[in-house]
Design a protein. Sequence first.
Length: 560
Amino acid sequence: MNKNTKVLALKYRPQTFDDLIGQDVVAETISNSIKANKVPNAYLFTGIRGIGKTTTARIVAKSLNCSNGIDNLCKEELCENCKAISDSNHIDVLEMDAASKTGVDDVRDLIEFSRYGPTSAKFKIFIIDEVHMLSKQAFNALLKTLEEPPEYLKFIFATTEIKKIPITVVSRCQRFDLSRIKSLELFNFLKKIKDMESGNVSEDALKLIVKISEGSVRDALSLLDRALLTLEKDRELDLISAQKIFGYFDKSQLINLFQLIFEGKEKEVLNIYREIYNQGIEPKVFINDFLELLYYFKNIESLNIDGTNFSLNDEEFNQIKKISENINNKSLILFWQFTIKTLEELDIVSNQNLSIEMFLIRLIHLKSIDDSSNVHYESLELTNNKEVSHTSSSQKIENNDLFEIKDKAETVGQIKNIVQEKDLKLKENKEIKTETILINSFNDLIEICSLKKEIKLKYELEKNVNLVSFENQRIEISFNESLDKDFIKDLSSKLYDWTNNRWIITLSKTKGQPSMKEKEINLNKELIENFKNSSTYQDILLKFPDAELIDVKLKDNKND
């Protein structure tokens, strides 16, 4: 190991194939090919950051050029070639960062340099990191040399984005996909490094580092280095300290919050979330961890502690298992769908923290609905931009009563006078007598607007609405800046008046269908083009060369 540097990620960088962790198949394949003298023209290493792509490239370079040969590859006492390659200053091993040298001129210089044989080593080797950053012209300039290089020349490419590399380049390389390091393997490696550094770190803290690093050795070592530098020498890095350092909150807090949601304790739920938020946790991180916990609650029976990627300790695992016994799986699936929707909403709202608090409140309301009622998570959307009155979980709530919109004159904490009471009764009686209208399609909706003389709504529906879906009293449309600011509120109100049901109208990032107006314009263009190709039009042009076709209208055959 190279111990000249203080940064752990560099200090414990693998120097031989034996030092690599988690890449046994790759190491064995390359080693066997070198021993059999069947070395490819070019290697291509791909995978996430920090799993050993560039490190493996250097080990391959050393294996090809080591003075002692592949069978006796230098480990402790490095030969001249291995030492120069490790220090990145070997005259015949050129390392290039494609992120900074992306142009065709850089590649041409490389090809010109490749014309000359190696000076002191057996092979001249070009290691190009982040090769996907090369321009299209640079890749094209490289193709011929890459396919038929001189015997002494070898290319080694490394990339995190294999899809950005032209297939013509990939096909000329021997490709190796480096995998993420398994949690247990990475944990044992960190434990070994911690002992070598005489670090005082608990196993729970190491497991948290493994979870955050997501299979990246470099990330894990950088986090461990940061943690050891943060604490005093005599102090142990426990789980609580590690969570504060890395900005992760205690999973038990989330489990307690989850239990309180099912108990309907709104105040306690908000207090726990605010404690988590005050620790510096981003709303999106909270939502993602909430989704992860939902997964554990749903699948806890099929999981074991070793298979959970160190996300749960023994106590948390048992706590989830106990709570899940009293939770309906349908509720968990409903929660999952609702949480995914909220994750999408965070990209739209400006104050994400308030959005999360409202999300938790809505979950409490969702749980309080009678399980026997056929309620979908979409029905919990706030419609008409009006405030929904809070209902305690201890109350028995009927399906249509949960989001009853009160009279506009009603104010929180204000006693209604006799006039208000009369107005409310008149409104309720009027709603009972209203004839229910069935609206089963978008076209039905436009026709109803015509019958009801809602010209403004009809105009918006035809001109500015790009429909994504229309089903089960739910309308999803693409976001359109041209829409009137009160469109959703007005349409929701009218739909409720016409159908006596709450309709959910949501804005989506999904590209919807063309608007009715756009369809009409496209159809007209198609009719014009078709008529221009007809013999009738050609005959007209012969008689009237200056004629210009402006519009085409279909003939009404009803009276024929």
